[in-house]
Design a protein. Sequence first.
Length: 282
Amino acid sequence: MGVEIRHLRTFLVAVEERSISRAAERLRLAQPAVSRTLAQLEREVGAELLVRSAQGVVTTTAGARFRVKAAAAVLSFDDAVHSPMARLRPLRVGHHWAALGQHTTRLLRTWRERFPDVPLELRRLDDAFGALATGEVDIVVSRGQRPGPAYHHELLWHERRMAALPAHHQLADRDELRITELAEETVLVNTAYGTTNPELWPADTGPHATITVANTDDWQTNIAAGLGIGVTPESTSYMYSHTEITYIPLTDVAPVATYLAWAPNAQHPALADFRHTVNHIL
């Protein structure tokens, strides 16, 4: 029979949804049909690609490698058969949080004015680089760690860091703070590509304790409830304002670098236009 594009699409959706039933719903197929398609694919490639676990459907080691190739194949197929008279598929921009911060609204307006026939999609993802590797997004906005050698990248700017305090905190009325003033605090750390770690504090000065959270929503909820404080790039204060959280500049810590990163084989024809537009509005 051979591997067909429907096999690859079904596999990628199952991986993304982490569930056969949700994949079937998204593909508008019966669940047994999805299971049969995945079984056919595994027979054709001669390897087990997916396993069911307590966390749902997850890839095997072979499946993780196959996912990268399958995503690239589907992307190439879609680009090859796309009608030159039709609108381009959306340019998909992944980000871990906050997108371009205070520049996001201007970016969207400028893009619509300059390229009305090319939709722009912002996608907040906990694993934006994983999505970049599999072709689910075309380019990533990343803060903190410089992208690795597997990607092309460019530095956009440096953002100052802010303390995120519960609105009722005793320091919430200050115009600025030093991180050493937060040494006795419990700090909320976002493990999904956050930029805060204990090394921000001078040796032996704190923080008192840390609580890890998995995403920005949980980070905000815990701070607003008074369970801890946060340290975050300034863009967070623009994109995630909260009536029960006060953001205050920190004066004694290094800023956070913000990068654009894309794969060397990136194929979307509007990718260069996006990079030029971002640099234009900064």
